[in-house]
Design a protein around this ligand. Structure first.
Ligand code: DHE
Length: 538
């Protein structure tokens, strides 16, 4: 895919600003045929809705409702230019082969018209989609193989709608299974036995790793558009909930779906349509972004993106659920635990902040301004030689990893303050990763418009962050996402391309150990280690 360097993009934006704008067409009756609308709707859903919202009111991307476009005097030509070239703020360039010129024009014209109302989805419809493929009684009672399954990696093959299960010890492919459309992420169950996956189409699948050939044992379509999934991980005085429940966070309809953790039988929906935390304006599209399972309490923490609330959902009594709704900041996206798994740290990326909630109380305890559009993934935790335990995030809008103190008991003076910034090669950073046993912290530049930079990673030493190496991993695609093996000695990174690669490095020496290739490796993006997932080690 061709991309546009930052300077060129900035130049393009300046040229756009200088254009004498007239409103071209299509604010009145639809200028598009029914077929064109259907195609544009699909293109918009696949490529744009994630950042701009199904109703286009904006989140990670700006508000692009027809009304707002009209207010800004943006014509279809202006919209086409943005779609073609991307923006320095992190919007990817869809020109140069990613989308055809005709498709770009079509989407641009579609944006000049009011958004069509997307369909609702209730429990009855969700239940109809539920398939119990292998009931519990017919599943293996112990692993059917001698592999070290806690060191398996689940690799998302995004455009293929499949998950590849690889043996982290031997790097062999154990099996490739069908999941949901444009599958987004995988999460491990508390025991590690199951991978739960979620597709962009809201389809949740459950993969049993004890089977000789791991396969899907249950699936259910929980909504039309989703990004997050997790399971219940608590085992303690309040009960043993390990592998008992699963949860999906939906973008559309905006709701939380709770399922049985062994069968994915849908049990309950909770609407997240609500009011913004600050101005109390109604938000129809209050989407569920990251969800993370508590280890110390029977809770899930869920980001209600557009409303700016972080919910701490107590799942110990589904009939009488308690939800603590912490006012935090808009627009919430991703994040993870501190090293002790008490404090959850989530990005309000359009406000350039990380917000911190204490899971013991469900209350927000801090906001940290880290830089332009933090995007941590789950983030990275390590012990800084000077500042003690820290957590870190890269940024979409600038080339740096910011690390803040995350140990309010032992290092109160540094708690929730940025104590270190480590420069990277540029913006477009999506993920940072480390492991308690690792020497380095790794960061990508996936959405950088420059071909070399988007294919490069940096690794710096925990003990001396000034010792940093950056290099190009591949000469094609985009390089994204990291995951360690169980021992924390090897790290895997994906080359996201039509035929992609997985590159495995030795964390200590930074030497390449293996390049996993093959026609089956179609568009690899996220990759998840069982042990690190079940224990939330990062
Ligand atoms: Fe993701 C995590 C949403 C684009 C790969 N992504 C998440 C999470 C959310 C999210 C809410 C947190 C889930 C959780 O922890 O429960 N992602 C979105 C979007 O809305 C967005 C911006 C646009 C879209 O339309 O989807 C988007 N994401 C991407 C990509 O372009 C990536 C690189 C490839 C892809 O699949 O499309 C991508 N997202 C990932 C990965 C994670 C993720 C690998 C998990 C990171 C982890 O280590 O936990």
């Amino acid at each position: 895919m061709m991309s546009v360097p930052y300077k060129k993009t900035l130049g393009m934006l300046a040229a756009l600003a200088a254009l004498p704008l007239t409103i071209a067409s299509a604010y009145g009756e639809s200028a598009l045929s029914a077929e064109e609308v259907a195609k544009a709707k699909k293109l918009y859903f696949d490529r744009c809705a994630g950042c701009h919202g199904t109703l286009r009111k904006g989140a990670t991307g700006p508000n692009i409702t027809d009304e707002n476009m009209k207010k800004k005097n943006y014509t279809a030509d202006v919209a086409s230019a943005f779609i073609t070239n991307g923006t320095p703020g992190g919007m990817p360039a869809f020109g140069g082969g990613e989308l055809s010129e005709a498709d770009i024009k079509l989407v641009a014209n579609f944006l000049m018209e009011p958004p069509p109302a997307p369909p609702e989805m209730g429990l009855a419809e969700i239940k109809e989609s539920w398939k119990l493929i292998v009931p519990e009684a017919q599943r293996p009672k112990k692993p059917e193989h001698n592999r070290n399954w806690k060191n398996y990696f689940g690799v998302v093959l995004r455009d293929a709608g499949k998950v590849a299960i690889l043996d982290g010890d031997t790097k062999e492919v154990v099996n490739i299974v069908n999941t949901g459309f444009a599958i987004h992420i995988l999460r491990s169950s508390a025991s590690g036995r199951y991978f739960y996956s979620i597709g962009r189409d809201g389809k949740a699948s459950m993969i049993d790793l004890w089977m000789d050939k791991p396969g899907v044992v249950a699936e259910v379509k929980t909504c039309h558009d989703a990004r997050s999934i997790d399971s219940s991980k608590y085992n303690g005085p309040k009960g043993n909930f390990e592998d008992k429940l699963a949860i999906v966070g939906c973008y559309w309809p905006p709701h939380i779906a709770i399922m049985d953790g062994q069968t994915l039988e849908p049990k309950k929906l909770i609407s997240t349509r609500s009011y913004t935390y600050d101005t109390n304006e109604f938000v129809n599209e209050a989407r569920v972004a990251a969800i993370i399972a508590g280890h110390k309490d029977p809770v899930w923490i869920a980001n209600i993106k557009e409303a700016g609330y972080i919910w701490t959902i107590d799942y110990s009594d589904l009939k009488n659920m308690k939800i603590t709704m912490a006012e935090t900041e808009r627009f919430l996206h991703d994040g993870g635990w501190d090293a002790t798994k008490r404090y959850v740290q989530m990005a309000a990326n359009m406000r350039n902040k990380m917000v911190v909630v204490d899971s013991e109380t469900g209350k927000q305890i801090a906001q940290i301004e880290t830089g332009q559009k933090p995007h941590p993934g789950r983030g990275a935790n390590w012990v800084d030689p000077k500042y003690g335990p820290v957590t870190a995030t890269p940024h979409l809008g600038e080339g740096k990893v910011a690390a803040w103190g995350s140990d309010p008991k032992g290092h109160k003076e540094n708690a929730w303050k940025v104590v270190r910034n480590v420069e990277t090669l540029g913006g477009g950073g999506l993920f940072v990763k480390t492991h308690p046993k690792a020497k380095h912290v790794w960061v990508d530049h996936t959405l950088n418009p420059d071909d070399k930079i988007k294919r490069s990673v940096c690794a710096f030493e925990k003990a001396d962050p000034a010792k940093k190496n950056c290099w190009q991993v591949a000469d094609h695609g985009r390089v994204t996402h990291f995951e360690y093996n169980q021992a924390g000695t090897e790290i895997w990174v994906a080359v996201w391309d039509q035929v992609g690669e997985l590159v495995v490095y030795d964390d200590k020496t930074l030497k390449e150990i293996k390049r996993i290739k093959g026609d089956w490796l179609r568009t690899p993006t996220g990759h998840f280690n069982v042990y690190n997932g079940m224990t939330d080690t990062y």
